[in-house]
Design a protein around this ligand. Structure first.
Ligand SMILES: Nc1ncnc2c1ncn2[C@@H]1O[C@H](COP(=O)(O)OP(=O)(O)OP(=O)(O)O)[C@@H](O)[C@H]1O
Length: 715
């Protein structure tokens, strides 16, 4: 129960004076309370019964002065309590914020946005409420119980013994219900957290939800969650009110016993009426203290659940800490080197395996390869979002772990696939990585990526407020601003992850030309799955299953006719027109095993039958079990292949991208699809239905037989 206070005490080490004043105020309040109770005995026995007006008025005057002092000191006490409570909360907020800044990408992949935000918006207020409600009550009530019980024993020990047993009984409901109450509170906070995560998701995915008409299923999810929330809320409130009410019931029974037994002692003459009234009054004060103690238990439980959840985050040890002798801002002149690096997001599943590669200073180096091969992971290791489990990454022979984290990326501009823009002006977004940039530098950067003119045409120019992650800008403008931001930050090192891959082909080409031009002379590390965009690189590493398979320039790699060459060939042969239509070359069609032996005429006819289809990111191309009737070829984009397992979960089995095809068995027979295909990015696909193909094949009987044979072997 006192875990809450044990956890927050450290924030009060500099508030000893305030705490002492707070305690003194409480002690005064307590003394006055008991003085008032006991004064009744003296009023009756020493003033009213013997009709002694001097004592009577002296007591009344003391009570009056004491009351006024109690009020004034109480106000001071409230002020000190507010100060203590705010000191604790500011400390907690600061620590939690600092911790979220220190933790690595592991933390951010484990916790959802709502989980982290809830620590600030729900748990800290719960702690605040608990402290404000309980700090003075707990101390006052505990002291009052001890002092009151001692006074009771002094007044009449036999009656006090009965009262004492009664007081112990008042704690029984709390003992019995405490665990359950705590559990219910944890569940309640959990459902609120999951609710805010879902709301966060729904707000971000609102276009997808409207576009796919998912409102009904979202509403169902919301209503289901509300029902659980309602049930838990009722249970939680009920148990909380029981925690408060049951001790009051016990107290009423003890009151009757005390009055009965006290009355008997008075009849017997072993107690005076003044003694009985004073005893009853003191016992009443003790009883009220117990009740007050019980009343704050639900608040205390809520606060304790809150502080446990906050501590859960605070106690995570940052896995990326500066080495004791880490250097600040070293200059880097030769190369960045991966030396036998092994890394996995979990200990048991390495994503990068014993990989070595070198990035010479001033070169444009590309990391290419199939989806999931570990390209982005390499970039994240370079930026030290994670540390390798084995081996090391070095800049001019200096291990990244020996460079201060704060300075590691100070020379680097980073451009991510999703160009995140803050809710601030365009100028603020551009200058975020280099606050001292001059207007001239700013315009140079935006002009270099050809967005200056567009910004100047906006009503407020560079002072235009960016709405909701860039909703008032075109996708290409968002990308260009994020690139200008990286250029402004650094003129030495640029890291790029699949930049512009989600743009239309024209914008992608134009943006890549811009990037190449402005990056002349810089060291660039670019991750890309689309080989065309990095074919000009000085050095290309082909990564597969976390290993370097080949490296060299584009021409060297083509000459080698290895993995790079195969991927290059797979991605060639598509022409995308301005209106978004795709035309595939006959030679490219021939590369597909089931079309390999077809003659030129037939391939031309097939080519003309292919239809362009656009699929938005997140949309299903087809679901497992649906009747299959089409072959698909990916001209641009990335799809995920998942299959339902025995537990009913969809498990990813592959990711397909530019140049890959799927669903070819549908050309052979009307078999149900054996997997789900979902677009991971906006995709442009070419499709061919069995209905379109069959009449054509009737004219090429021998090829029809071969096609069926090849497809049968594949199915
Ligand atoms: N945060 C993460 N936690 C766990 N596994 C991850 C995480 N990020 C990536 N992975 C896994 O690591 C592997 C390599 O992923 P990575 O993103 O580096 O590949 P990639 O080559 O960049 O792929 P793509 O071209 O599709 O972006 C994949 O199997 C992926 O599922």
């Amino acid at each position: 129960m006192l875990y809450l206070y044990r956890s927050v005490l450290r924030y009060l080490t500099n508030s000893k004076k305030v705490f002492t004043l707070f305690l003194l105020a409480l002690l005064f309040e307590l003394s006055f309370e008991y003085f008032t109770s006991l004064s009744i005995k003296y009023l009756i026995d020493d003033a009213i019964t013997p009709r002694n007006m001097t004592i009577f008025f002296a007591l009344l005057l003391t009570l009056l002065i004491g009351g006024i002092l109690n009020l004034l000191i109480g106000v001071g006490g409230d002020y000190t309590m507010s100060k203590l409570s705010e000191t604790i909360l500011i400390g907690l907020r600061k620590d939690l914020y600092e911790q979220t800044q220190k933790l690595s990408a592991h933390f951010y992949s484990r916790y959802r946005i709502g989980d982290i935000v809830a620590r600030f918006t729900m748990d800290i207020p719960a702690v605040e409420h608990a402290i404000m409600q309980t700090l003075s009550t707990l101390i006052l009530a505990s002291l009052s119980m001890v002092v009151g019980t001692v006074i009771l024993f002094v007044l009449e020990w036999k009656l006090a013994l009965v009262a004492f047993v009664g007081i112990v009984f008042m704690f029984v409901p709390q003992k019995l219900l405490n665990k359950r109450a705590q559990h219910l509170n944890e569940e309640y906070v959990g459902i609120v957290e999951s609710f805010s995560n879902n709301m966060d998701e729904e707000i971000k995915a609102f276009k997808l939800i409207r576009g796919f008409q998912l409102q009904e299923s979202m509403r169902n999810r919301f209503n289901k969650q509300l029902q659980v929330w309602f049930r838990l809320g009722v249970k939680r409130s009920f148990i909380n009110s029981n925690l408060e009410r049951l001790p009051i019931m016990v107290l009423s029974v003890i009151n009757v016993i005390i009055l009965g037994l006290g009355g008997y002692f008075t009849f017997q003459g072993t107690m005076t009426i003044g003694d009985l009234i004073a005893f009853y009054s003191v016992f009443d004060t003790v009883g009220i203290s117990v009740i007050q103690f019980m009343e704050v238990v639900p608040d205390l439980i809520e606060g304790e659940v809150g502080i446990r959840r906050i501590n859960e985050v605070l106690e995570i040890l940052p896995d990326l800490e500066d080495d004791e002798h880490a250097v600040d801002n070293p200059t880097f002149t030769s190369e960045i080197k991966f030396d036998k690096v092994t890394f996995g997001y979990t200990e048991t599943h390495p994503v990068i395996q014993d990989l070595s590669l070198s990035i010479p200073v001033g070169n444009y180096v590309a990391l290419v390869g199939p989806s999931g091969s570990g390209k982005s992971t390499l970039l994240q290791l370079l930026m030290r979002f994670y540390d390798p489990q084995k081996g090391s990454i070095q800049m001019d022979d200096l291990d990244l772990r020996k460079i201060q984290l704060s300075s590691l990326l100070s020379q680097a501009g980073v451009i991510f696939q999703e160009p995140y823009l803050f809710h601030a002006t365009i100028r603020d977004n551009l200058m975020i990585g280099h606050p001292d940039a001059t207007e001239k530098e700013l315009i140079e950067a935006t002009a270099a990526v050809e967005v200056h003119e567009a910004i100047m045409q906006m009503a407020n120019g560079y002072d235009t407020l960016i709405e909701n992650e860039g909703a008032n800008l075109s996708v290409s403008q968002r990308h260009r601003i994020s690139i200008a931001r990286a250029l402004l930050r650094s003129n030495e090192l640029t890291y790029m992850d699949e930049v512009a891959a989600s743009l239309d082909p024209e914008s992608e080409i134009s943006l890549n030309e811009t990037i190449s031009r402005v990056n002349q002379g810089r060291t660039v590390v670019a991750v890309s799955h689309r080989l065309k965009t990095v074919s000009h690189a000085d050095l290309i590493y082909f990564i597969r299953e976390g290993k370097v398979v080949e490296y060299g320039t584009h021409h060297e790699l083509l000459e080698r006719q290895g993995a790079y060459y195969s991927l290059w060939k797979k991605q060639q042969g598509f022409q995308l027109s301005l209106d978004g239509e795709v035309v595939i070359e006959v030679e490219r069609l021939r590369q597909m095993p089931f079309f390999a032996y077809m003659n030129e005429d037939l391939l031309h006819e097939i080519k003309d039958l292919l239809t362009t289809e656009k699929i938005t990111s997140g949309q299903d191309v087809f679901r497992q079990g649906e009747a299959g009737n089409k072959l698909y070829i990916i001209a641009r984009g990335k799809v995920e292949v998942t299959k339902g397992n025995a537990k009913g979960e969809n498990v990813r089995v592959a990711v397909l991208q530019d140049g890959d095809h799927f669903g070819e068995i549908a050309l052979l027979k009307d078999a149900p699809r054996n997997a789900n295909i979902t677009a991971l990015t906006d995709c442009t696909l070419l499709s061919l239905t069995r209905k379109q193909l069959l009449p054509l094949l009737d004219r090429y009987e021998d090829m029809k037989a071969k096609l069926y044979q090849t497809l049968s072997e594949r199915s």
